[in-house]
Ligand binder design. Structure first.
Ligand code: ADP
Ligand code: MG
Length: 699
């Protein structure tokens, strides 16, 4: 979407401009002037003739021309009126700074809806309400009351919290960090996070997109678009905001284990978004992504003037799963030519405590050329002879001469390194306050590069009997039955290629004995009632029954006991089922997230699933790799592979089961949540059995 009117307006009207210092209506006008905005500014205020030397207008309709951008700061109840005027003069872009809309409750919501209705009708795009405004340093535009105009730079920032944006701006200004654009999206009644991300993705000045979000307006579109944009530019997001409605009243294991956080995690991973947990971490990452080339691999070289920090960096490299670069023989020889005898020429390269800038410069110049090195971290501690400023200059010089590999600096200390720090900042070398945060940033870049070069996502489609499932689902919905029982859940699963145990329902002990006879012993008896979710909890599952007498006893016991435990449950009989051979019990499940759609779950199954909580999630539809990755990311995986002489199970068959389930829930949006628990899996080559299943529908 084109947001030029917001980012590069030739004229700006400020409705609610004020003469009174300290009022938002004054601060915005002052910020516009102070930033050195080159277009026309039209203050609108019926009670003033002139503010800060600018002619004042009584309303939008009296302006000499239609402004490209209108900024509104008057009380909420008057905003709809101004929007009507904007429509009349055919203005196209409006920022509503004013608060007192949706965020204050029902009345505010009504006002907001009215304002947006007028805007939509007139084709006006709106940022806000309840926001801080828009800042574009390159265009000298500060249509905000967030603070001083920051430097130009490669970071685009969007924030759902105005206050947080003000804090970020202040931090950035104190540290000379530059931006291409800053947008406070407020209540995002019209323009939302995705509109901004799409717009800055197209913008040549933006190298990295960063932001703070509390919610995402349209999860599915967001994932799809963010995935496309992440290939072009990295997206770094902080996301807060607790659990939302939707996770409540889950009847499946998957539903009760999945919170909205899990869905966000999965959506971010899928779309390549790099999640940041703090403002500091986001700045750490953003600086590097905005100013440095991406590393080609994970091999890191460290140059230091002290042993301790070098070891700290080495530990962090190991912890983060990066590789400690092994230098080429040629590099080591070259280093030896100019380094003192006591210097360590192996990674971490210790240039020693008395190193002046020239030794650092030589080492960096040589190491950066080594084809076994993908990234260089330069550590400096302020020792007696250390030249922090000159060393910083040297680092900046080398990164300019050899801009193909990323370089990261960590100058430890404060007062003694201040000058060097400023030089690095101005020279666009990312700077860290600890070896760990530098390494954490390198890891984020490596991860992003890996994400970008992953194979294209291919979702396999299995041959299934879709018609059969359609019939079952439609019939249930027609009858208003939302929970599909075990028997028909199994019909559905069989239609999608799952194997389930044979069995039939008995209403008398004689019948049960007959069915058992036909199935062959051992058998399993299970209570059969649409009102009993978890059968074991009420003594409704008896396994390992090996004679007719045991069948009769178990039948009688269940029919006697369970109605007393659950007087309201409608009991239809007892399911007599063949007993599966021994295997490991896993759970395959799906919970439909209100924002992101079907969220698949895998984990250690059986009756302990909610106690152990060893589960992993990913958004459907799953590729083979994603299904496999879900398995790998649980602790159960090790057990499934086989431990201590115990034979492993058929991993590929489990991953296939997840893919089949993912196809089912993608093809049937009516399925709200479901579990196969347990999915009993055996050694490689054997067929997994879906022993128990539950499916809930929604209209
Ligand atoms: P629920 O989850 O409602 O309590 P299940 O049908 O999942 O009932 O049965 C509980 C447990 O009993 C399973 O996790 C599994 O260990 C065992 N079990 C159930 N049916 C069979 C079967 N046909 N073969 C082998 N074990 C079974
Ligand atoms: Mg079960």
């Amino acid at each position: 979407m084109n947001l030029e009117g917001f980012f590069n307006p030739q004229s700006v009207a400020i409705v609610g401009a004020s003469r009174q210092k300290g009022k938002v209506g004054y601060e915005i006008l002052a910020n516009m002037l102070e930033a050195g905005y080159r277009g026309k500014i039209f203050p609108v205020n019926p009670k003033a003739d002139e503010i800060e030397g600018l002619e004042c207008y009584k309303d939008i309709e009296s302006l000499p021309e239609t402004p490209d951008l209108v900024v509104i700061i008057i009380p909420a109840k008057f905003v709809a009126g101004v929007m009507k005027q904007c429509a009349k003069v055919k203005a196209k872009s409006v920022i509503i700074i004013t608060a007192g809309f949706r965020e204050v409750g029902k009345d505010g919501m009504t006002l907001e809806n009215e304002v947006i209705r007028i805007a939509r009708q007139a084709g006006i795009r709106v940022i806000g309400p309840n926001c801080l405004g828009v800042i574009v340093p390159g265009n000298k535009l500060n249509a905000s009351f967030g603070g001083d105009l920051p430097a130009s730079g490669g970071i685009a920032y969007l924030s759902q919290s105005g206050a947080l944006l003000a804090a970020i701006l202040d931090t950035a200004n104190a540290n000379g960090i530059g931006f291409s654009t800053l947008v406070s999206i407020g209540n995002k009644a019209d323009v939302d996070e995705l509109d901004i991300i799409e717009a800055v993705a197209e913008d040549g000045d933006t190298k990295v997109i960063a932001g703070y979000l509390e919610s995402i307006t349209d999860g599915n579109t967001f994932v799809r678009e963010a995935e496309r944009i992440s290939y072009i530019k990295p997206i770094l997001l902080m996301k807060s905001g607790g659990t939302e409605a939707g996770a409540v009243a889950a009847s499946s294991h998957t539903g009760s284990l999945a919170g909205s956080e899990v869905a966000y995690e999965s959506a971010f991973e899928r779309s390549g978004i790099i999640r940041c947990n703090s403002i500091k971490q986001q700045f750490d990452y953003a600086q590097a992504f905005a100013n440095q080339p991406l590393p080609a691999g994970a091999r890191v070289a460290v140059i230091t003037n002290a042993g301790g920090p070098g070891i700290m960096a080495a530990d962090a490299i190991e912890r983060e799963g990066l590789t400690f670069a092994k230098l080429n023989e040629g590099t080591i020889q070259k280093l030896a030519e100019k380094m003192p005898a006591a210097a360590n020429l192996l990674n971490p390269i210790d240039v020693l405590g008395d190193a002046l800038a020239d030794r650092y410069e030589y080492a960096l110049d040589v190491v950066i050329d080594d084809n076994n090195v993908d990234a260089v971290l330069v550590l400096l501690t302020p020792q007696a002879m250390t030249e922090s400023a000159k060393t910083a200059e040297a680092i900046v010089r080398i990164t300019r001469q050899k801009p193909t590999k990323p370089v990261f600096a960590c100058f430890l200390g404060a007062a003694k390194v201040r000058e060097g720090v400023d030089i690095l900042r101005q020279g666009n070398v990312p700077l860290y306050d600890s070896p760990e945060s530098a390494v954490d940033t390198i890891e984020a870049m490596v991860h992003y590069v890996q994400w970008r070069s992953r194979p294209r996502r291919v979702v396999k489609l299995f041959g299934v009997n879709r018609r059969k499932v359609e019939n079952i689902v439609e019939r249930h919905l027609r009858q208003g039955i939302l929970d599909i029982g075990e028997a028909e859940s199994k019909d559905i699963l069989e239609a999608y290629g799952f194997v389930t145990p044979k069995g039939a329902i008995a209403t008398t002990a004689d019948q049960a004995a007959n069915i058992a006879q036909q199935l062959g012993y051992p058998v399993v008896l299970k209570i059969w009632s649409p009102d009993i979710l978890h059968k074991s909890d009420v003594g409704g599952v008896k396994v390992g029954i090996s004679s007719e007498q045991e069948v009769r006893d178990a039948f009688d016991l269940m029919m006697y006991r369970i109605p007393r435990k659950k007087p309201d449950a409608h009991i239809l009989g007892v399911l007599v089922q063949e007993m599966c051979r021994k295997g490991k019990e896993v759970i395959l499940g799906m919970h439909r997230d209100p924002h992101f759609g079907p969220l698949m779950m895998f984990g250690m199954g059986g009756i302990m699933v909610e106690v152990l909580k060893d589960v992993s999630f990913y958004l459907a539809p799953l590729t083979a790799q994603e299904a496999k990755q879900m398995l790998i990311s649980t602790k159960t995986y090790k057990i499934l592979q086989g431990v201590r002489g115990d034979e492993g199970v058929d991993i590929e068959r489990i991953a296939e089961g997840l893919q089949r389930l993912s196809q089912l829930v993608t093809e049937f949006p009516q399925i709200k949540e479901m579990d196969i628990n347990p999915y009993v899996v055996g050694s490689p080559g054997t067929t997994p059995i879906a022993v128990d299943a539950r499916i809930s529908l929604e209209k």
